[in-house]
Design a protein around this ligand. Structure first.
Ligand code: UDP
Length: 248
């Protein structure tokens, strides 16, 4: 179920498998880390060996659409796109139904407030045991860590962006002791409805990146002018023509 994507481990699962694994992680009571793998992670992991180590230790590494699409040309195609906003959209109703509790950590204060209002409206039975914006790191972690430990969530969603969120989860992994920690990047902005998610037909066509670029060019230009082309060129050289990748 874990396959190799240009030298990095990625899990081939559908959404049902992922939700079952989340359930199993929560029932086990032990700590687990779920990481998302996308073009940005590929770019970062080729440069930051700590992120590679973290990925190797992660309990699940879930691919986003562009990775799933490219994997179709490789020996081990990935089952489906189960990361990012798609995951959050399934996870919230699932946790609501199962009675699992969630702590939301990250994004700007006003984004998080809108998200919490939306969650209360759309998932009234969801057990939200706490939330905190993501701009506290410069003032120290202690108060936030204490709050998370005291609220004992089953699931901790961390939305600081990468690699900050993965480093933070690993740095505090033992201390917080949450059964499932997931780094969800910029998903809170989309879930809150402040940034529009691409319509389904655009997502299916593989042009979600263009939609995001038009919405927020300042934030995404680097990703799409450097990071995606880097993934595509590396994919051609190493994945299709089979040239050795450099050691990392
Ligand atoms: N963010 C945060 N704390 C920080 C820096 C960023 O909470 O110190 C939030 C930011 O408000 C945004 C998210 O992290 O909601 C980053 O989103 P982006 O799409 O850049 O992350 P990616 O999905 O690419 O990792």
């Amino acid at each position: 179920m874990r396959v190799d994507f240009l030298g990095f481990p990625v899990d081939s699962l559908d959404m049902r498998d992922v939700l079952q694994r989340v359930d199993g992680f929560i029932c086990s009571g032990k700590r687990h880390h779920i990481m998302v793998f996308n073009a940005n992670k590929f770019w970062l992991m080729r440069r930051k060996s700590r992120l590679v180590e973290i990925a190797q230790q992660a309990d699940l590494i879930l691919p986003e659409r562009v990775v799933v699409m490219l994997s179709r040309f490789l020996r081990s195609p990935l089952k489906s796109d189960v990361a990012g906003v798609a995951l959050a959209n399934e996870l919230l109703p699932y946790c609501e139904k199962k009675g699992h509790s969630i702590y939301f950590l990250g994004a700007r204060s006003e984004v998080l407030e809108s998200l919490m209002n939306k969650v209360r409206r759309e998932h009234p039975a969801l057990r939200v045991v706490g939330y905190h914006h993501g701009y506290f790191l410069q003032d120290g972690n202690e108060a936030v860590l204490e709050e998370i430990k005291a609220s004992k969530p089953d699931v901790l969603l961390v939305a600081f962006g990468s690699p900050l969120q993965e480093y933070w989860i690993r740095d505090h992994f033992d201390e917080i002791g949450v059964p499932v920690s997931i780094g969800v990047g910029g998903s809170f902005d989309v879930l809150a409805g402040l940034k529009k998610d691409a319509p389904r037909w655009i997502r299916k066509s593989g042009f979600e990146w263009l939609y995001r670029l038009i919405q927020d060019p300042k934030r995404y230009w680097k990703r799409y002018s450097i990071i995606i082309p880097f993934l595509l060129v590396t994919f051609l050289i190493e994945g299709i023509f089979g040239f050795e990748r450099r050691a990392h």
